[in-house]
Design a binder for this molecule. Structure first.
Ligand SMILES: Nc1ncnc2c1ncn2[C@@H]1O[C@H](COP(=O)(O)OP(=O)(O)O)[C@@H](O)[C@H]1O
Ligand SMILES: [Mg+2]
Length: 401
């Protein structure tokens, strides 16, 4: 180990015991580096919500000065602070969304407000540690967790994305009006702050008939819950109720991009980009229009996809992902959900995930600087190679948070 490497110290803001934290820690230890300090998201958030501290910038300042967060005071100068997902921790979820049934679909707007305030607090706390540096960027993460902002940023950079409605949709009737105006018959309706397909609706209109496919379960009392079983609704009243329940928290509506299929199943790709380079790829075969793995999606054969696409289309996919990642240059890793059209030529980005690297055991692509390494080892390697957020690339520069 070089002296330079011996100076590298990590901290992780995450949920202690979460697989992501454990796998990142293992990757750090495998390189002979010191044990990372784990700072709990629930501690960061609980401080924000302490009496007299409304969620907002003012409380963030107060939090940085007064309410210490366990872990930060112990950080050595120059620590590299990785911001990870809060994970699926019930206590943290209650702090973010407020108390309630963890399986409910709603609460995204409050989740987002609290999370963004938490990110600012992490930034402020990191700034109290001499020469410490964030390995992600609160502003970029905040954009990635708003599908409207993220889509706008990608489109402005001429990254291929599906067409989308520009303005807000506040009701089912408005959705239908906007669709009719554009002569769109098939759309994806996505909660602005959703993830894991929560509340996503694949919606189509055929004459007088409608069909909505979604993992949202309209239960008794019309409360919406996430279900692992994707459901189909064909009653317009049901669809209007679901859209009406989700609309107040913000919706992003995209035109349905007809995806290519493999063995009769539509697929997309999750492409992790580390330090801006596409390094890890998973083919996700959907059971229906959504390919998310927890909804019955399955990992497909990457070589098969590459062979079907041919080298030109494959390069087009990787290029679109690299350009999507370049929209978030201060993020060490992003997970790009990219769709290939049924024509096997066109490409469109569905979203960019700030925490899209949880792909245990997936080796980096041959021909990349991290071939054979998993997504966490690849990130540690990129940092040891000198990646820092300011440069958005390989040069090492002083860190200013
Ligand atoms: N415009 C679209 N056309 C077709 N499929 C889409 C579109 N947008 C998203 N999907 C599919 O829906 C699923 C979830 O969408 P995504 O934007 O990744 O949201 P989430 O954050 O919920 O994962 C993915 O499987 C993706 O392939
Ligand atoms: Mg996704």
């Amino acid at each position: 180990m070089s002296d330079e490497q011996g100076d590298v110290r990590f901290a992780v803001v995450g949920t202690p015991g979460d697989r992501r934290v454990t796998m990142f820690r293992d990757a750090v230890l495998r390189r002979g580096l010191p044990e990372p300090v784990v700072i709990s998201w629930s501690d960061v958030l609980a401080g924000l919500l302490a009496p007299g501290h409304a969620v907002g910038e003012a409380s963030v300042e107060a939090g940085a000065q007064g309410l210490g967060v366990r872990g930060f005071e112990a950080l050595a100068p120059g620590t590299l602070v990785r911001i990870d997902s809060p994970g699926e921790d019930a206590r943290t979820d209650a702090l973010l969304r407020g108390p309630g049934d963890p399986s409910r679909v709603t609460g995204g707007a409050r989740w987002y407000r609290t999370f963004v305030a938490g990110l600012s607090r992490v930034r402020a706390l990191t700034a109290t540690v001499p020469s410490a540096c964030l390995l992600g960027d609160p502003g970029e993460i905040a954009v990635m967790f708003d599908k409207r902002l993220s889509h706008r940023r990608l489109r402005a950079a001429e990254v291929p994305v599906p067409d989308a409605l520009a303005g807000p949709v506040t009701s089912y009737d408005e959705l239908r009006e906007e669709m009719a105006r554009r002569r769109w018959t098939r759309v994806f309706v996505k909660p602005a702050h959703g993830s894991s397909a929560s509340g996503v609706i694949a919606f189509q209109v055929h004459g007088a008939r409608v069909k909505a496919v979604t993992s949202a379960d309209l239960g008794p009392g019309q409360a919406l819950h996430n279900s692992l079983r994707v459901r189909t609704y064909e009653s317009e009243d049901d669809v209007a109720t679901i859209v009406g329940a989700l609309a107040p928290e913000g919706l992003h509506v995209e035109r349905w991009f007809p995806k290519a299929s493999l063995s009769g199943r539509a697929f997309d790709l999750r492409v992790v980009c580390v330090a801006g380079t596409p390094t890890h790829v998973v083919v996700r075969l959907g059971r229906g229009p959504m390919t998310n793995l927890h909804l019955g999606g399955a990992r497909g054969d990457l070589d098969g996809v590459r062979a079907r696409l041919g080298p030109v289309a494959w390069e087009r996919v990787l290029d679109a992902c690299a350009r999507a990642a370049a929209c978030f240059p201060r993020s060490l890793a992003v997970g790009v959900d990219v769709m290939v059209g049924a024509d096997l030529r066109s490409v469109a980005i569905a979203e960019v995930n700030a925490f899209g690297d949880l792909l245990p055991g997936l080796p980096g692509l041959t021909g990349t600087p991290v071939a054979g390494l998993d997504t966490y080892a690849a990130q540690v390697a990129a940092v040891l190679d000198g990646w820092r957020p300011e440069a958005g690339g390989a040069q090492e520069t002083a860190c200013v948070t």
